[in-house]
Design a protein around this ligand. Structure first.
Ligand SMILES: Nc1ncnc2c1ncn2[C@@H]1O[C@H](COP(=O)(O)OP(=O)(O)OP(=O)(O)O)[C@@H](O)[C@H]1O
Ligand SMILES: [Mg+2]
Length: 226
């Protein structure tokens, strides 16, 4: 039996952009059905960790494992098929499209039209405000509604893992609180979550496991000092 039930493992990942190596041999274990957070100063490489999993950064060596299967360098659509969803830092929705069109884009790899409609209805049940505003441009959504739309788009694929880069950035404290509740709710429903967070205090509070990335090294943070 395995000692720990990890959904994703990074094994000695070296990654960066072109000749610029950012991660110099990183190991990480992301447990199934839990929230794992990565905190650390600006430019320390937090987004690069996520981008190495999602094949956006260049991975020079090492492995990304999903359920012990090697998923290093898989394309985005293949990762989606493997149940890995990614919500990037910054622009997460298409403002010039309606709420419904945004959700339909999230479902672009589902070929069955009926299934696609069912999934959209499920998202509407979870986040009713999106149903109310389905015909409106996403541009007009509030910060919290945008976050629900971004999550809704990811959930349409019925992922097992959601990877989120700085989801709370730009949100008011009240909306941040709502967002963290939504993330915990998804975890309680069985999803595995990996978040990069600038709000370190909050991240440590909601995460089941927290890593800090600092001075080119990653280490786990334990409550009560590290
Ligand atoms: N596309 C890119 N091309 C070249 N260098 C990049 C690229 N993206 C990031 N970098 C560099 O890689 C390093 C790590 O960046 P990364 O975005 O991973 O940091 P971060 O911890 O997510 O920072 P922040 O908190 O500001 O989001 C930085 O020095 C950054 O300038
Ligand atoms: Mg970043």
């Amino acid at each position: 039996m395995k000692k720990e039930d990890n959904m994703i493992e990074l094994k000695n990942i070296k990654a960066g952009y072109g000749k610029f190596e950012v991660l110099h041999g990183m190991n990480m274990e992301i447990p199934r059905g839990k929230i794992t957070a990565i905190i650390g100063p600006n430019g320390s490489g937090k987004s690069t960790v996520i981008k190495s999993i999602y094949n956006i950064a260049d991975v020079y060596s090492g492995k990304v494992l999903l359920n012990d299967e090697d998923i290093t360098n898989l394309q985005a659509h293949e990762l989606i098929r493997h149940g890995v969803a990614y919500i990037p830092q910054g622009k997460r929705i298409f403002e010039e499209l309606t709420v419904l069109e945004n959700l339909e884009l999230g479902a672009e790899f589902i070929n069955d039209k009926e299934l696609c409609e069912t999934r959209i209805k499920e998202v509407f049940r979870k986040y009713p405000v999106l149903e109310k505003r389905q015909k409106k441009l996403a541009y007009g959504l509030s910060g919290g509604e945008r976050q629900q739309l971004a999550l809704g788009r990811a959930l349409i694929q019925k992922p097992e893992v959601i990877i989120m880069d700085e989801p709370s950035i730009g949100l008011s404290p009240i909306l941040q609180k709502d967002l963290f509740l939504m993330i915990q709710e998804l975890r309680d429903e069985g999803l595995t979550i990996l978040i990069v967070e600038q709000n370190a205090k909050k991240a440590i509070e909601i995460a089941d496991k927290t890593y800090i990335l600092e001075n080119k090294k990653i280490r786990e943070v334990y409550l009560g000092g590290y």
